[in-house]
Ligand binder design. Structure first.
Ligand code: NAD
Length: 494
């Protein structure tokens, strides 16, 4: 699809074997979610030939990349961090145009991506194996890391830079070549990251970027040359990828959806808790896998917290991400907007009450929704299905036991938050909440890049977690164990 507005759009190409080439697929475009008539970027999707060339280029380039050594690969990642930092403001502005998030959110994402590249670069100088004693006096046993080979990286649109960097940086550090298929809503941000990596000195063919729809990703993960797949996205797509990849024995790492609960006990200040909670619901317009989707308030905390939350929801300013006074930007596309509106309508039909929503008018054009606070019961569909937007349901629990059982009553297990200063309640929460990431007195959202990050239950596939340095090495390499004797065997002397 093209329109008159497309003439000023960025023209994108695919990165294959170190060259930027046109696709042979269908015409495609990304648009500004705040002004959807405006194309941000246009391109032709990658066809079968470009996909094939990308996989072959990665296979060809991988061995020399491995042989370059860890230290040199770390240097290249450090240069990538520097190049990215040098382009930070331009990329943040582009991210706000193509994704819709506010400029401060985009700037924070670019800064986090720079930090991630530095972190993985620094891992090049850490120990890369272990030694063990041997039963033989003249022998040492040590482990070696071997890259998987060619890795497929499949990423969503909600953190169009940070999530790809979480995956690409360790994949490259540990000597893999990559074929990357980013989300089709944010291809221009993906192209800038690929440019940064090229400028930093990643050799031809080591990173390949193909742009296109989910079917292109399906074609990629099905290729027998792909030795590992790292995926972040919806659990529905995750299941398809698992079925395509696991039977042939390729390694698979998945970070999927969430339905995250925050439990508030009566001992906390309701106004202070409300400040934190609203940010965790509406940050990035609720389009974070870790966002708070259910607030479970125990006993009196419910009656104290609800009016505090309501005040804050009503005051939220919704608008274009580029406008300085905007607190909540648009959602990614029209389908997402309609899904969120339908989910709220269904919740009301099922008996939920709309307690509050942003009171200002929504801009005329663009994929805007009112951040909304609902009150209801755990049986509501909206308390079971992930709705990827700035909507939360408040639930009442009689005591901590009931709050934990409501929090766990979901097939997901990504994050949970607990607001209290009661040490016994904290111990209980840490032991019994079914979540891979538990925050005490801080928002469900946000994590440090050097600590493990991953979900339980349907929020993941049992695999090493992706953000921790050691876990990254575990996922992106195989371990070999070498038994090294310094003396060669000799013939027995008579
Ligand atoms: P999505 O699953 O629709 O798409 C993710 C990527 O997979 C895109 O690049 C898409 O083109 C590709 N894809 C689609 N079908 C495919 C197939 N059959 N084979 C291979 N690739 C395919 O997800 P989305 O809408 O881009 O992102 C939102 C979802 O991501 C939400 O569910 C959110 O919770 C989840 N998410 C999870 C985390 C986490 O760390 N747990 C982080 C961010 C987002």
């Amino acid at each position: 699809m093209t329109s008159n507005q497309d003439s000023s759009a960025i023209r994108l190409r695919h990165l294959v074997g170190g060259r930027w080439i046109d696709g042979s697929g269908t015409p495609a475009r990304s648009t500004d979610p705040a002004s959807p008539e405006e194309a941000v970027a246009t391109y032709r999707t990658a066809g079968a030939e470009q996909l094939d060339s990308a996989v072959r280029a990665a296979v060809t380039a991988q061995r020399a990349w491995r042989d370059l050594g860890l230290i040199e690969r770390g240097r290249i990642l450090r240069r990538a961090a520097e190049v990215l930092a040098g382009r930070a403001e331009d990329i943040a502005v582009l991210m706000t145009r193509e994704h819709g998030k506010t400029l401060p959110e985009s700037r924070a994402e670019v800064a986090g991506s720079v930090e991630t590249l530095h972190y993985h670069a620094s891992r090049a100088r850490a120990a890369d194996g272990a030694t063990y004693p041997s039963g033989h006096p003249d022998e040492v046993i040590r482990t070696l890391r071997r890259p998987l080979g060619v890795v497929a990286v499949i990423t969503p649109w909600n953190f169009p830079l940070q999530i790809p960097v979480w995956k690409l940086a360790p994949a490259l550090l540990w000597g893999n070549a990559v074929v990357w298929k980013p989300a089709s809503d944010t291809p221009a941000v993906a192209v800038t990251l690929a440019e940064v990596l090229c400028e930093a000195g990643v050799p031809e063919g080591v990173v390949n970027l193909v742009l296109g729809p989910g079917s292109l990703g399906a074609g990629l993960v099905a290729r027998p040359e792909i030795a590992g797949v790292t995926f972040t996205g919806s659990d529905a797509v995750g299941r398809l990828i698992r079925d395509a990849v696991v039977p042939r024995g390729a390694k698979l790492q998945m970070e999927l959806g969430g339905h995250n609960a925050a439990i508030v006990l009566p001992d906390v200040d309701p106004a202070a808790a409300a400040d934190v909670l609203v940010g965790a619901v509406v940050g990035s317009t609720g389009q974070k896998c870790t966002a708070t989707r259910r607030i479970i308030a125990v006993g009196d905390a419910y009656d104290d917290l609800l009016p505090e939350l309501a005040k804050r929801f009503e005051a939220l300013r919704v608008g274009a991400g580029r406008d300085a006074d905007t607190q909540v930007g648009p959602v990614i596309n029209e389908r997402a907007r309609a899904e969120i509106a339908d989910a709220v309508q269904q919740a009301v039909a099922e008996g939920a009450e709309v307690v509050a929503r942003s009171s200002g008018p929504l801009p005329d054009a663009g994929h805007f929704v009112h951040p909304t606070l609902l009150a209801g019961t755990p049986e509501l569909t909206i308390c079971r299905e992930e709705v990827f937007g700035p909507v939360v349901t408040a639930l009442r629990a009689a005591d901590l036991d009931e709050a934990i059982s409501i929090a766990n009553d979901t097939r997901y297990g990504l994050t949970a938050a607990l607001f209290t200063t009661d040490e016994r309640a904290v111990r209980r929460g840490l032991a019994d909440l079914d979540a891979g990431l538990i925050k005490v007195n801080s928002p469900n959202t946000g994590s440090e890049l050097h600590a493990p990050f991953g979900g339980l239950k349907d929020s993941t596939f049992p695999a090493p977690r992706e953000q921790n340095g050691d876990s990254s090495a575990e996922f992106f390499t195989w371990t070999k164990t070498a038994y090294l004797r310094t003396t060669a065997p000799r013939e027995a002397r008579s």
